[in-house]
Design a protein around this ligand. Structure first.
Ligand SMILES: Cc1cc2nc3c(=O)[nH]c(=O)nc-3n(C[C@H](O)[C@H](O)[C@H](O)COP(=O)(O)O)c2cc1C
Length: 391
C-alpha cells in the first residue's frame, strides 16, 4: 500500500516528505523532481518568498544507485528563508523578544480556528504549518508518483481555466493542447489560450494594484489511464471520492469538480452522458466516446478516457489592505495581520494538484496491479492490458 505524509514549518529549517510502498526498481530521475518543484514556484502573482526559495529535492533514504529499493523514501527540501528565521523560530526556547507573534487572525486563514484548537495565544505556529509552503513537499513525492504512473503510460498535467472573472470559457481542452505546457520555460498563468491568459494577468494586476487577492480554477488531466482503477464496491474506494479528497486537501481549494459535474447538474441527461461507440483498434478495449463530460470516471471506476479534475481556489486570505479582525491579547478591533504573501496562486495550486492526482492514481494502480518490484507490477499490468484487448 502506498502511504505518504509530510512534515515541516513554512519558516523552519526544512520540509520533509515520506513515501512508503513504492515498488523496488523504479528509476528515480532527480532532475525531473526538481523541475516539478520549479513549476510549483512559478506563476504571475506569487509573492517575495518564491524569489528567495529555489526548491531542490534531497532524497535521504529509500533510493540507492538511482532506483527505489522498496524501502520508505524520505525527501528533504531546505527552506532557504530559514537563515532569516533562526532566531525568531528556533527549535530551542530562544529569546521570546525575538519571536514574531501574529497578533490578529486573518479572516479566511487557519489563524483563529487553529489558535483556538491548539490553545495558542497568537497564530504564529498555526500559519507555519497551515501555509501552502507544505505543498512543495507534496510535489516532491508527487513527482515520484508521476515517475511510477509513467511506467503504465499515464501522464498528469494541469492548466488554468480561470483567474477571477477571466476564463477560457466552458470548453473541454484536449490533452494535445495541454501537454505542450510542460515545455514552457516561462510560466505566466499556465493557460492554453493566449488571449485568456492576457485577461487573467489583468485580473492579477487589478488585485496587485488594490492590495487585494484573486482566486480561480485549475484543471488536472491524467492521460492514458486504463479503465478499472477505483471501484464502486465500497464508498471510500471510489476513484472520484479519492480524487476529490486529495485535491480538496490542498490549501485554499474550496470545491472539486470531476469532468463537467457542475454544468451537468443544470443540464438534461442527453446533453451530459457520453455516448458509447466501438472501433476495434481504439483505446484499451475498442470502446469510444465522442466527448468526456464524465471526466473519465463512471461509478467510481476509471473508464479509459482522460481523467479531468477541477479545483476551485478561493482568493488568498492575506491582504495588503487587510480586513477587520480582533487583537488576540486585547480583543480590541484591529486590522488583520499582514505578512509577505502571494496574490494569485492558481497555476501553482494546479501543479500541487497534479501531485495529489498522481499519488492517488499511483495508490489505486498499486492496489490493482500489486507487486513489490516494478517488473512484477508491470507483468501484472501487461496481463491486464491483454485481458482488455481480448475482451
Ligand atoms: C500554492 C499556494 C500558495 C499559497 N500562498 C498563500 C500566501 O502566500 N498567503 C496566504 O495567505 N495564503 C496562501 N495560500 C492559501 C493558504 O495556505 C490557505 O488559505 C490557508 O492555509 C487556509 O486554508 P484553507 O484556505 O484551505 O481553509 C496558498 C495556497 C496555495 C495552494
Amino acid at each position: 500500500m502506498l502511504r505518504y505524509f509530510t512534515s515541516g514549518e513554512s519558516h523552519g529549517e526544512a520540509l520533509v516528505a515520506f513515501l512508503s510502498g513504492m515498488p523496488a526498481g523504479l528509476k528515480i530521475d532527480q532532475d525531473f523532481l526538481n523541475h516539478e518543484l520549479w513549476r510549483r514556484q512559478q506563476g504571475y502573482g506569487r509573492g517575495g518568498r518564491m524569489k528567495i526559495e529555489r526548491d531542490a529535492a534531497r532524497i535521504l533514504s529509500g533510493v540507492r544507485h538511482g532506483i527505489a529499493i522498496g524501502s520508505p523514501i524520505a525527501v528533504l527540501l531546505e527552506n532557504k528563508d530559514w537563515k532569516n528565521w533562526q532566531e525568531s523560530l528556533p527549535v530551542e526556547e530562544g529569546d521570546p523578544a525575538k519571536h514574531k507573534r501574529v497578533a490578529s487572525p486573518r479572516p479566511g486563514h487557519a489563524d483563529l480556528a487553529g489558535a483556538l484548537k491548539y490553545n495558542f495565544t497568537d497564530a504564529r505556529y498555526v500559519l507555519e504549518r497551515a501555509s501552502a509552503r507544505e505543498s512543495a513537499a507534496r510535489v516532491a513525492i508527487g513527482g515520484l508518483a508521476k515517475l511510477f504512473v509513467r511506467e503504465f503510460g499515464i501522464e498528469v498535467l494541469s492548466h488554468v481555466v480561470s483567474v477571477g472573472n477571466a476564463s477560457i470559457g466552458n470548453v473541454e481542452v484536449p490533452w494535445e493542447r495541454i501537454s505542450p505546457l510542460r515545455e514552457r520555460e516561462e510560466i505566466l498563468l499556465n493557460c492554453v489560450d493566449a488571449d485568456a491568459e492576457v485577461r487573467m494577468k489583468e485580473e492579477v494586476d487589478l488585485a496587485l494594484k488594490t492590495g487585494d487577492s484573486v482566486g480561480g480554477v485549475f484543471e488536472v488531466l491524467a492521460h492514458n489511464v486504463p479503465p478499472g482503477l477505483g471501484t464502486y464496491a465500497q464508498w471510500d474506494e471510489r476513484l472520484d471520492a479519492q480524487l476529490a479528497a486529495a485535491v480538496m486537501s490542498l490549501q485554499a481549494v474550496k470545491a472539486v469538480e470531476i469532468g463537467s459535474g457542475i454544468t451537468a447538474a443544470v443540464s438534461l441527461g442527453s446533453a451530459v452522458h457520453d455516448e458509447i461507440g466501438y472501433s476495434e483498434s481504439a483505446g484499451f478495449a475498442g470502446f469510444t466516446r465522442g466527448r468526456n463530460n464524465a471526466g473519465g470516471i463512471e461509478g467510481g471506476v476509471s473508464n479509459g478516457e482522460d481523467l479531468r479534475v477541477r479545483g476551485y481556489l478561493k482568493p488568498i486570505s492575506t491582504l495588503r489592505r487587510p480586513l477587520q479582525s480582533v487583537d488576540f491579547a486585547t480583543r480590541e478591533p484591529v486590522k488583520a495581520a499582514y505578512e509577505r504573501s502571494d496574490v494569485c496562486v492558481v497555476p501553482a495550486a494546479g501543479v500541487a494538484a497534479e501531485s495529489m492526482v498522481a499519488l492517488t492514481l499511483a495508490r489505486c494502480a498499486l492496489e490493482k496491479f500489486g507487486g513489490d518490484s516494478i517488473g512484477e507490477t508491470l507483468r501484472n499490468f501487461n496481463g491486464y492490458l491483454e485481458q482488455l484487448r481480448q475482451y
